[in-house]
Ligand binder design. Structure first.
Ligand code: 5U1
Length: 674
């Protein structure tokens, strides 16, 4: 049994500590010296340690964090958390105000708006039952978020028990968790001193702190909170305006910003925007705009929502920050599929809360269009050609640019293979698919996949290990792995290693079609690989085929033909193919498809509408067996359009281009010609 004097003392300590927390963290007006606060806190901790039954869910000692969670659980918000529509220009704010006035049918007069800064933090929802904080969650997708109660308990600005009276049985309070700029600087100094990673900006620091499974870490981070609205329970507040909602929240112990106001009409909104814009830098927290809300709650109800955003509120955002810097070099990055992306390396510049050192330039055409060059001065990356470094030209009176226009390299910077850029594509690619280190993991994954060489047990994680440890550079290296090496890998037992070796061995016996597919040639899927295998029969013939010969294969057009030729022309790929054959990869020899009469050889046909007796697949198979090709669309290269019932735009296109249109009977006649 607990002594009631001890219970009373614990209750008094809880109330006293929380009173000081509120004074310090919410009102920013400390009432006792830190040492005295610490003494009260330690006394309560000692009492709770001795008499665990004293621990109540609103005890301030819980603010030091709890043992780590395994994972966050997801929770459904009682009322969805809304998002805000954005306005960037005055015209958009005017349009918002006009929609509001139209929605509430206010022909004359102006609307009062409750306005406040738009905090650059993380939106959260706090649930109180009978005045006690019971659950806190992140916004998530608005309908469900992650439960972060233990972490939110550590934030001293969040009341664990509501002050005042008149709160609904269940209350959801919405607001933003953030880190004050000064606290952020102090935290980064501490991180630096401890040799730990610094945070890029207060928002990242707040997000990283809130998403900790170990709330003891969150407890050590200086987070704060501002309330700005009510979810569940809003209906039972006895108030008529947004401004009164904020006053009620403040009375219940929540921090609300002192920067909020009620303003009238467009002029009021624009004045407030200008005022906060001027004071933005000196505010203690980061903001990315201001929020305008129709003040009268009855009008808010009348206006309602469109999808997830209220019609009665809008975020007026500040323009994105800009900074001027210099292009130091333009490098080329090779992606997993061989796509080459030019990237500008910049003189590091701090903008929008992060240090920018690189900027993607998307593709070569984009670089040319913007004419970005080394040495150029850029606003993050809008080019300022007038400041381009120049040197005297041949003609003494003219200057010429110091650096030439950007051009992609003709060979891949990662592996030295040739670069291919189809005329009608924006993206250039490295052709060394089997060999290029940038494409290695993707190439191996594809090579081993079920429809390719079907190496069971060779998944993403293992490929990652094999490549990262330098054991495998190309698919041919797979066939050199031995039991001791594999069994020595992390998370790989002897039995799994044996199974994998058996699967690699079994994959040596393949088919020509699978082998072609496994090479991962761009634009060559499983069906095309089968067509190529069927029509060419041998690897030698495939390698010897030029683009024209390849286009003889049904379904193979100029794009596929060019990809195949580029891939097989690349010596690096050829050596990997040779190594695969030398390792024992093989398939039954077959002759190219028996040569019967081929009345449609070299002809391209397009099928449209419903034919009287032949299904689409049957017609296609008959045409291909007769040596013809079936294309998906009509062009001037089409020889015949085979039209059935309800033929559509393809028929019109054929007539427009003067392509011969035939019916099923005429098709059958063509098929039997010799
Ligand atoms: N300051 C503030 N930020 N903010 C964000 N108020 C505010 N209100 C919001 C959101 C999403 O939503 C209400 C309009 C529901």
């Amino acid at each position: 049994m607990l002594d009631s004097a001890i219970e009373q003392r614990a209750a008094w300590l809880r109330a006293e500590i929380e009173r000081h927390n509120h004074a310090y963290y919410v009102l920013d007006a400390p009432t006792i010296p830190d040492a005295e606060y610490d003494r009260l806190f330690r006394e309560l901790q000692a009492l709770e340690a001795e008499f665990p039954a004293l621990r109540t869910p609103d005890s301030p000692t819980l603010r030091v964090g709890a043992p780590p969670l395994k994972e966050f659980t997801s929770v459904t918000h009682g009322v969805p958390m809304l998002s805000l529509n954005n306005a960037f220009e005055e015209a958009e704010v005017r349009a918002f105000d006009a929609r509001v006035r139209e929605g509430i049918e206010l022909a004359n007069g102006e609307v009062d708006y409750a306005v406040e800064p738009k905090f650059d933090g993380l939106a959260i929802s706090l649930t109180y039952r009978h005045g006690l904080f019971v659950r806190g969650a992140t916004r998530g997708d608005g309908a469900t978020g992650e439960e972060v109660t233990a972490n939110l308990r550590t934030i001293r600005a969040i009341p664990l028990r509501l002050a005042g009276e008149g709160w609904p049985e269940t209350l959801e309070v919405r607001g933003e968790v953030l880190m004050l700029k000064a606290e952020f600087e102090r935290l980064n100094t501490r991180q630096r001193e401890k040799g730990e990673k610094e945070f890029a900006n207060p928002r990242n620091a707040a997000a990283g702190s809130l998403r900790q499974l170990d709330s003891r870490i969150t407890a050590g981070r200086p987070l704060t909170f501002f309330a700005y609205g009510v979810g569940l329970g809003a209906g039972s507040l006895k108030v008529a305006t947004q401004d009164e909602v904020m006053q009620v929240l403040a009375a219940w112990g929540f921090p609300v910003t002192a920067e909020r106001r009620v303003v009238r009409g467009i002029a009021g909104l624009m004045d407030y925007f200008a005022e906060i814009g001027v004071r933005r830098k000196s505010l203690p927290f980061d903001i990315d705009g201001v929020v305008y809300k129709v003040n009268r709650l009855a009008w808010q109800d009348q206006l309602g929502f469109v999808s997830r955003a209220p019609r009665w509120a809008v975020a007026h955002k500040f323009p994105a920050e800009e900074a001027i810097t210099q292009v130091l070099s333009i490098d080329v990055q090779v992606g997993r599929t061989g796509a080459m992306t030019p990237v500008a390396r910049l003189q590091p510049v701090f903008v929008g809360g992060v240090t920018v050192t690189n900027a993607t330039l998307h593709n070569e055409d984009e670089v040319r269009r913007k004419d970005v060059r080394v040495g150029d001065t850029v606003i993050v990356v809008a080019v300022m050609p007038e400041q381009r470094p120049m040197r005297p030209g041949r003609d003494l009176f003219e200057l010429e640019p110091l650096h030439p226009p950007f051009a992609l390299p003709t060979v891949c910077p990662e592996c030295g293979s040739a670069v291919e850029k189809p005329a009608d594509e924006a993206i250039a690619r490295c052709t060394g698919g089997l060999y290029c280190p940038a494409q290695r993991k993707q190439a191996l994954w594809h090579f081993a996949s079920r429809r390719a060489m079907d190496i069971e047990g060779l998944g993403d994680k293992l490929i990652e290990q094999l490549v990262d440890t330098g054991l495998v550079h190309s698919p041919a290296d797979l066939y050199r792995l031995d039991l001791a090496t594999l069994a020595g890998l992390e998370r790989m037992g002897e039995k799994s290693a044996q199974n994998l070796l058996a699967a690699i061995e079994a994959s040596k016996k393949s088919s020509f079609a699978r082998f072609i597919y496994a090479l991962g040639i761009r634009n060559v899927g499983e069906t095309t690989a089968r067509d190529l295998a069927r029509h060419l029969g041998t690897l030698d013939k495939l390698i010897a085929a030029d683009e024209a010969a390849l286009q003889e294969v049904p379904e193979v057009g100029p794009v596929v033909a060019a990809s195949v030729v580029a891939f097989l022309k690349e010596p690096h790929n050829r050596s990997v193919i040779d190594a695969l054959l030398a390792a024992g990869v093989h398939w039954p020899e077959s002759e190219p498809e028996a040569a019967g009469p081929r009345p449609l050889a070299g002809k391209t046909l397009v099928l449209t509408g419903t034919l009287p007796t032949l299904k689409r697949d049957e017609a296609k198979a008959l045409i291909e067996a007769a040596g013809g090709k079936v294309a998906g669309s009509v062009s001037k290269n089409t020889d015949y359009v085979v039209a059935g019932e309800e033929a559509g735009s393809k028929l019109e296109k054929a007539q427009e281009l003067g392509v011969a249109v035939i019916d099923e009977g005429q098709l059958r006649a063509l098929l039997t010609e010799n």
